[in-house]
Design a protein around this ligand. Sequence first.
Ligand code: GCW
Length: 678
Amino acid sequence: MNFLKQAITLISIVLFFISSHSQNGHDLWLQNKNPKTVHVVTAKQSPTIDIVKNELLKGWQGTEGSTLTLTIKKDRSLHRDGFKITPTTIQANTDLGILYGVYELLRRQQTGIYINENINNPSYDRRVLNHWDNPNGSIERGYAGKSLFWRYGKDSLAVTESDRKLWQEYARINASVGINGSVLNNVNASPMMLTAGYLERVKAIAEVLRPYGVKTYISIKFSSPSLIGGLSTSDPLDADVIKWWNNKIKEIYKLIPDFGGFLVKASSEGQPGPQDYGRTHADGANMLADALKPYNGIVMWRAFVYSANDEDRAKQAYNEFVPLDGQFRDNVIIQVKNGPIDFQPREPFSPLFGALKKTAIMPELQITQEYLGHSIHLAYLAPMWKEFLDSDTYQEGKGSTVAKSTDGSLFNQKISAISGVANTGLDTNWTGHTFAQSNWYTFGRLAWNHELSSEQIADEWVKLTFSPFDLANSQTKPDFSKNDWSNNFLQPVKQMMLDSHEAVVDYMMPFGLHHIFSANAHYGPGPWYGPERVRKDWTSLYYHKADSLGIGFDRTTTGSNAIIQYEEPLRSQLSNLETCPENLLLWFHHVPWDYKMKNGKTLWDNLAYRYDAGVKKVREFQKIWDMAKPYVDSERFYEVQSKLRNQNRNAQVWKDACLLYFQEFSNMPIPYDLERPM
Ligand code: GCW
């Protein structure tokens, strides 16, 4: 009897672990539901349709026993993998359209959000994750463990069943939010990636990702012909180099017939590129594009270029690329980071958006929080990305938003795309911080529909990730009502998310301050880093320019004149201290310490208030989360609680460090009414 009891306890412990793992871990926003029966009617058979059926089996929350009809037929109102849905039908041009339609329908069932819009077309055709994963399994700027694709050591290239299982989960998660491409390795690329063993592994990954519609791409090192091809040059105009690339690309397509193409970081931060041979970015990109063209492959060519010359770093990419506009092949797309510097907590949009009119251009967002507190700080990035996508470039008149100047609606471009630097790794929750999952989710949702609001995306994500009401384990049925959950968990947690990015800006770099991080790690504060560093554009003084008169980077006509790269009337608005948005003031102006801001207080006082407000917001988040305890499983509760504790301490360090440091220049007292830390 005793033995039986022990055995039962053991079994339930094991079951608990299995279920808690899948609830809190790999399933992310695709939680196991208590599915109802559904009859699926379709004439089509394919691996993708098998996935469709399986998802419906696992997740149908509609009426028990209902019939869902899937129709694949040509419909001109649908673009590529777009779809039409009603509660009982899904129609699309492609199998993938059906798959995306199913995920949308299940999401609506699970969140109770019904959108009247019936036609659902993607904003961008290519919705691509960039993995900065190295062949040895490490990840540049990765904060969630090692690579999902590559590993260190002997047998590192052997493909195991558990690899395949992991890649399949990865593919499913991506497909569920419409992500349809993955660049499998770091833009600081190893030439090894183009060697046979690695390409075989890419093939194996591609096979798992394919039925989920996720295309594979790789980053290449521009000097590969000399590094691994035995050639004496990698000059893009050299006949042998061209031949080498042609052969290499042929070899790749033989393995992976639907291979997506290359992502290239060239002549940038020490990476080799066409400029090493006196050639332009267009020469380099076009050579690869020509070789990829017969296979429908594309080149995503990055515009992240700058050097330590005297020119303001924020101006360099524009100056290099605008003169090349119109010279790129139509299967080249220029990949541009959202801001002109480097994924800072707040930047204005890069002036290249809208300015390249005859060249396809795609935004690069950073999902991994390199400059936003790694996987320690809670920062929901939808508001930042929306601010960027909705920014008006005025390049084709009022309303020429970044979104419209990249999604093909403003310019006639053959390819439309958006990319996000992934925040994934082998950590059981995939992203290090549970709330960082929301940024992966958001990237996919915005790439599919850039008109969704931050609020809606947060609402969906919280419901899908935390709702206790549909969990398969109904023995853990909550002892609170849906109303309680909504009032005490959903609403406050959502508000915390919506406020979180601005909180980070406040305690790190308010009013357009940028790049005052400690060196290399880009985590803590380092406004004091000065000319002793190797390059002046890698110092903090270069960016904040604090002196006895004031603080900020003068980018108007009296300074670097970077504002010339923006179109009117934005240019004039930014140039004028009075009309420049205060959240970008120190990005564009060197402002006197005693400058009176809109609230009547001095810049110095405002800086102090802002740093303090950022810290206070994190304290609020802590309180919100503490109250959330009854509504969330203990694993995730304690994880987030302890991370918020760290975030609070680190926010305080940011505030103290920056205010103390800048005070040396301002020589002004901390405002007397600033509340002391509690
Ligand atoms: O943001 C900077 C990072 C580098 C990165 C580079 C880039 C992959 O600090 O780690 O390199 O940008 O985007 O190329």
